[in-house]
Unconditional design. Structure first.
Length: 256
């Protein structure tokens, strides 16, 4: 990733769910590339540990990160975030929509409404609210880049039983991202991608697959360089899916 924008200043990159897993690995890799990382997560302690690691990477730049402790279900806070970023930088160069929750693996008719609502709020509605809040800032970048983390559970020909809330939310996220890609294609320099990480060694994966040996999985830090590439000004694809397991860019197509 080019470390600087067209005016020579560092690129500004927002990462949600930045305190652990894929978000943490992406934040560290973006910081290593020279970007100023706006790291958003619910846990202050996790953010501070991330900040320590980035400070170790860039000891001469104590201000290489901005920490944003926030619950993405606080939609008013998302609106305030866009305003705060505008006041500080006047633009946003990259947005990695990584934060997500699994919910429960359960038959649909056994789910309680709160579980359903929480999954939809974090995985779908918060990302729409972030687009709404950040779009003016991304349009002010010379090369606005957006990457949303999705899942293969949303696009299988035969959907899995018991994954209802998560699969439904990720299918909705896919539609959201592709719509945003279509809306920005000819009206801006914004490019929007979906990323399927596949099975990685994360806490969410361990919850979903408790019998799996994590030593058999790749780590989030192996995906992180591709996220940096997708967030770079040189990236030109939009409205497509990068599939990490096969290392391919896939196009969506009609059923049949």
């Amino acid at each position: 990733m080019s470390a600087s924008s067209h005016d020579g200043s560092p690129r500004i990159a927002l990462v949600t769910g930045a305190s652990r897993g894929i978000g943490r690995a992406a934040a560290i890799a973006l910081a290593a590339s020279g970007a100023h990382v706006v790291a958003l997560a619910r846990t202050q302690g996790g953010l501070e540990e991330l900040d320590d690691e980035i400070r170790a990477l860039r000891p001469a730049e104590p201000g290489a990160t901005t920490l944003v402790p926030m619950d993405l279900r606080d939609f008013a806070a998302i609106d305030r975030l866009g305003e705060a970023l505008y006041r500080r930088w006047g633009r946003l160069d990259a947005f990695v929509g990584n934060a997500g929750v699994l919910g429960l693996l359960s038959p649909l008719h056994h789910l309680d409404p709160k579980t359903w609502d929480d999954v939809m709020a974090v995985n779908v509605t918060a990302n729409w609210r972030l687009i709404r809040s950040l779009d003016p800032l991304l349009r002010r970048s010379a090369a606005g880049r957006v990457a949303f983390l999705t899942s293969a559970v949303a696009s299988r020909a035969e959907l899995r039983a018991y994954w209802g809330p998560y699969a439904t939310s990720k299918a909705a996220l896919d539609a959201l991202a592709r719509t945003y890609a279509a809306e920005t294609l000819n009206t801006s320099n914004i490019r929007v991608m979906l990323i399927n990480p596949g099975p990685l060694r994360t806490a969410m994966r361990a919850t979903a697959m408790p019998g799996e040996d994590p030593a058999t999985l790749r780590g989030p830090e192996q995906l992180a360089p591709k996220i940096v590439e997708i967030c770079s000004p040189d990236w030109t694809e939009t409205g497509k899916l990068y599939d990490f397991p096969s290392d391919r860019i896939l196009q969506f197509h009609a059923p049949g």
